[in-house]
Design a protein. Structure first.
Ligand SMILES: [Zn+2]
Ligand SMILES: [Zn+2]
Length: 257
């Protein structure tokens, strides 16, 4: 069964298309379960910083009601799930969890875009060779997954590490071992694949294959058209198959609000 739990909306300021267009594209693509997981609101303990790439707390209500309306309207064509993509930031997670508790979310995915609490660290997409930062990333992701709040780990390999491969492997092994032990699927990110980003990182996925991790393909759709890209989806499937990494069925995943 074809499903996708990684879908954004315009509310995050860097995605386009109406919520309805995502649903209609998913139906056209033969996706049977579509999960919305837009970039969540955050609660930073400083007044002079707010991310440009996520909804504001005041937008969550509109997001939830729009997705729930579409779920009802299209229920004979597709199953729609309501989720969020969230980071685990030690200083904000509690407040975030309390805030979302009043909303009927079906699941969360962990997409760790920064370490620390975002406002106090640079993004790590531009390439870093500092192994201490990579260790912090791994430990923080594990701490986040340890909350039990997340269904899967989005782009586990988004840290653009420029140091030695052997160092990368030995640090990331801890993350792979943890995910394997807890049976948390790792996402093979189709947006990164299409945009030729530093992820999916072949070295990471070789390690995941050796560790016995299971994968989920996430479209990470920031545009309804992305859902129609069947070629990219099957190329991702083929890559995982070649690596010997099994993809999980939706029913094997623990949906966690
Ligand atoms: Zn995004
Ligand atoms: Zn995303």
């Amino acid at each position: 069964m074809k499903y996708n739990l990684h879908t954004h909306t315009e509310r995050c300021n860097h995605a386009e298309g109406s919520d309805r267009e995502y649903v209609e594209a998913a139906i056209a693509a033969g996706i049977e379960v579509l999960g919305f997981s837009d970039h969540c609101p955050q609660f930073f303990p400083v007044d002079d910083y707010y991310s440009f790439f996520r909804m504001k707390p005041g937008q969550l209500e509109d997001y939830v009601s729009s997705v729930l309306k579409l779920r009802e309207e299209y229920k004979s064509d597709i199953k729609i799930l309501l989720g969020l993509e969230a980071e685990y930031y030690p200083q904000t997670f509690r407040r975030f969890s309390d805030f979302i508790a009043d909303f009927p979310l079906d699941y969360l995915i962990l997409g760790e875009h920064f370490i620390g609490n975002e406002y106090d660290y640079d993004s790590f997409y531009e390439g870093k060779s500092d192994e201490e930062l990579l260790k912090i990333y791994v430990n923080q992701v594990i701490e986040g997954l340890e909350t039990g709040a997340f269904t899967y780990l989005a782009h586990p390999d988004n840290f653009y590490f420029r140091g030695r491969r052997s160092v990368y492997r030995s640090i990331m092994k801890k993350l792979c071992d943890y995910a394997r032990e807890k049976e948390i699927p790792l996402e093979y990110n189709m947006l990164g694949y299409l945009n030729r980003r530093n992820y999916p990182n072949p070295h990471f996925w070789k390690l995941a294959a050796e560790t016995g991790n299971k994968a989920v393909i996430g479209y990470d759709a920031h545009n309804p058209r992305a859902l129609l890209n069947e070629r990219a989806f099957s190329e991702c499937q083929i890559s995982l198959k070649k690596l010997g990494v099994r993809t999980v069925e939706l029913g094997e995943m623990r949906l966690t609000p």
